[in-house]
Design a binder for this molecule. Structure first.
Ligand code: ADP
Ligand code: MG
Length: 664
């Protein structure tokens, strides 16, 4: 029983990791350890009876038991009640401050750690979502309270003399009938939600306004709120028919070397209610709206179920809402769901369904991590292009002083010495020249579209989109090249180690734990040709260029330098490989690196590792951290000791023999 539940938990964690946070790890710096899990927290708020929604002497169909639990009449048997337990329960007498201080305020600090957080208000229309999130001037809700606190915190943390400079921006959008609309720039039309190559969810073209005070926030937020799509139903005079999403980003830049950069995103979401069309009397357009809303919420339910069951596919892409929430459910955020419920009997069915959804949501496990990177000055245009949330309206404001906060690459950083400034560049010197060349050409490409290192902001929207796409493609290409480069380096190093050993002593000790391998079967297997990528390209261009061939005949090995055209003739028929302990250790290290850093796809390039095992390995790594030795593979559920041994043989020897003995 216990074992069963722990494996279910593990599957859930794996699904959570692979669905969101796991994919992002490549781009995340920091400890390098697997982030600890953080369960989605769920609070339920029961509103009081309100004017116009209740009969005068009606008794409630739901009531609180204590600060975490409540009960509701069982519709199957009125003698009984159904009991639910959550992280918090707020009764009808609870204040706006109670909810904010109890459930929302505690997660805000994570934003200053470069982590994401989200607050979602869920529940049937009329149950108090907007009241909880927005409130009124007299009873301000979560949004204004969080903004006041967050701005205060960033002012303190970013004050002169503190290590980090901080800036805050806001975006505000709604999802209406599966369209993403920018409430700060309503003319911009339906926006697309995209995922960059590092797994971050982005909305290219979405307006992003810098805010330094609550007055700034209100200046943008209040007119934007009036742009919200609202309609009247019989249930609620101002029933929101769309999902409203306020995104607040906290950017941090380290003032001194190593000039790290962090970004924390806070989503504050007032979800639309899922009306029962038969009750609301919706017809025509309203019915269509309800259908669309229900689709999004229905998919939200499916996402929660898939995460709970540890299913390999989580259907985030099936609706705009879930695509946007990919970061927040089973992803990288500290999340809190506030389920709003109403006491009136006519809400009964909606209340039960909201409570059931809330109960399922509290099983979802997120893995928040610090979103941190280095400020690469040389790649300033690339970095800016990834700040693609800047929209046209933002550019219009560019003259304003507040805009400088976003546009200047390093506005508040204290002066630094030239060597400090250059420090991030020095790393590039160790980069593969081909890769460096590609980066520089990308830099030139972006630079040619403007000046001062901010070309994208002066570029018309369509061109900007094209550039952004180019940048993402280049990013992918760079990743591919890096992998290729790693492979080639491994081969070259392995050969060098072997050659050096060979020179010293031709009859070095044989491989101990693994049996000596004699390659005698493949007749044409004659030569090992190892070249870096650039060399291969040069070779193709110049057939007479010299290459190095490692040969072995009998017990002797020597390194010859041959003209490419002679290689066929000088080939030997039979080889015998000897692997030195050094080479073996090197091979093991390479495999270990791959086990710890490779994606499931990379792992499949290893012998004896198929799709299933690759996923098991990635999952194990997510749960237990990096492998300390290749033998740890045995600890992966589904990989036996025997399989591990055969994996080692196939791969270590394969690295030394198979990959080095290419057909001539
Ligand atoms: P929803 O956004 O879920 O459709 P609203 O937030 O608009 O619901 O709430 C419906 C009505 O109930 C509004 O008039 C609101 O002021 C009132 N209301 C909701 N929650 C509370 C509460 N906790 N205390 C007092 N009034 C509330
Ligand atoms: Mg509302």
């Amino acid at each position: 029983m216990v074992a069963g539940s722990s494996s279910l938990l593990r599957r859930r964690e794996m699904a959570a990791a692979t669905s969101g946070a796991g994919r992002c790890r490549l781009s995340k710096m920091g400890s390098g350890r697997r982030p600890p899990p953080a369960r989605v927290r769920v609070a339920v708020r029961l509103r009081p009876f309100v004017d116009g929604t209740s009969g005068t002497s009606e008794s409630p169909c739901v009531r609180g038991i204590d600060s975490c639990s409540l009960e509701i009449a069982n519709w199957r048997n009125y003698q009984e009640t159904l009991k639910y337990q959550f992280d918090a329960f707020y009764g009808e007498k609870s204040s706006q401050q109670d909810i904010y201080a109890g459930s929302v305020q505690p997660i805000l600090r994570h934003l200053l750690e470069g982590q994401n957080a989200s607050v979602l208000a869920y529940g049937p229309t009329g149950a108090g979502k907007t009241h909880t999130m927005l409130g009124s001037p007299e009873l301000p809700g979560v949004i204004p309270r969080a903004l006041v606190d967050l701005l205060q915190m960033t002012r303190e943390e970013g004050a002169e003399g503190r290590p980090w400079a901080l800036s805050v921006t806001m975006s505000y959008l709604e999802i209406y009938q599966e369209k993403v609309l920018d409430l700060l720039d309503p003319a911009s039309g339906d926006l697309v939600i995209r995922e960059d190559c590092r797994g971050n969810i982005l909305i290219p073209g979405l307006t992003q306004k810098p805010i330094t005070s609550f007055a700034d926030f209100e200046r943008h937020f209040l007119p934007a709120s009036r742009n919200r799509t609202v309609g009247a139903t019989r249930l609620n005079q101002r029933s929101s028919r769309s999902h409203a999403v306020l995104l607040v980003k906290v950017d941090q830049r380290e003032r001194l070397a190593p000039f790290r950069q962090r970004e924390g995103k806070l989503y504050l979401i007032d979800l639309a209610g899922s009306e029962d069309n038969r009750r609301t009397g919706n017809q025509g357009l309203r019915l269509k709206e309800s259908g669309a809303i229900n689709t999004s919420l229905f998919v939200l339910g499916k996402v929660v179920d898939a995460l709970n069951q540890g299913l390999p596919r989580v259907p985030y892409r099936d609706s705009k809402l879930t695509r946007l929430l990919q970061d927040s459910l089973g992803g990288s955020a500290h999340s809190i769901l506030i389920a709003n419920i109403a006491p009136e009997r006519r809400f009964y069915l909606d209340t039960v369904s909201a409570l059931n959804f809330a109960a399922r949501s509290k099983e979802v496990i997120n893995r928040p991590f610090t979103n941190e990177s280095l400020q690469l000055h040389v790649l300033a245009p690339v970095k800016l292009s990834q700040k693609e949330l800047l929209g046209p309206s933002e550019v219009k404001q560019a003259q304003g002083s507040e805009e400088e906060e976003i546009r200047s690459p390093e506005p508040t950083v204290a002066p630094v010495s030239a060597s400090q400034k250059l420090s991030p560049l020095q790393k590039l010197s160790s980069m593969d020249p081909a890769m460096l060349e590609r980066l520089l050409s990308l830099d030139r490409l972006l630079g040619s579209h403007g000046t001062q290192g901010t070309p994208l902001l002066n570029t018309p929207k369509r061109e900007r989109m094209v550039l952004i796409k180019t940048v993402e493609e280049k990013d992918l290409e760079i990743e591919r090249l890096k992998m290729k480069q790693k492979e080639l380096e491994a081969k070259v190093l392995a050969q060098e180690a072997s050659d050096a050993k060979e020179k010293e002593n031709c009859s070095l000790t044989m491989l101990r734990p693994l049996p000596r391998r004699t390659v005698t079967t493949a007749k044409p297997l004659k030569k090992a040709v190892v070249m870096p990528l650039q060399l291969i390209q040069e070779q193709a261009a110049s057939p007479s260029a010299e290459i190095h061939i490692l040969k072995k005949k009998g017990q002797k090995r020597k390194l010859e330098s041959l003209d490419a055209s002679e290689t066929q003739e000088k080939a030997e028929d039979c080889w015998e490989l000897q692997i030195s302990p050094e080479l073996l250790a090197h091979g093991r290290q390479k495999i270990l690196d791959l086990l710890n850093e490779g994606s499931a796809r990379d792992l499949r390039s290893l012998q004896r590792i198929g799709q299933k095992k690759a996923q098991l390995i990635v999952g194990w790594r997510e749960l237990h951290g990096p492998f300390t030795q290749v033998e740890d593979l045995e600890r992966v559920e589904g990989i036996s000791g025997k399989q591990m041994e055969s994996f080692l043989k196939a791969n270590i020897l394969g690295l030394a023999a198979g990959q080095r003995c290419g057909p001539s």
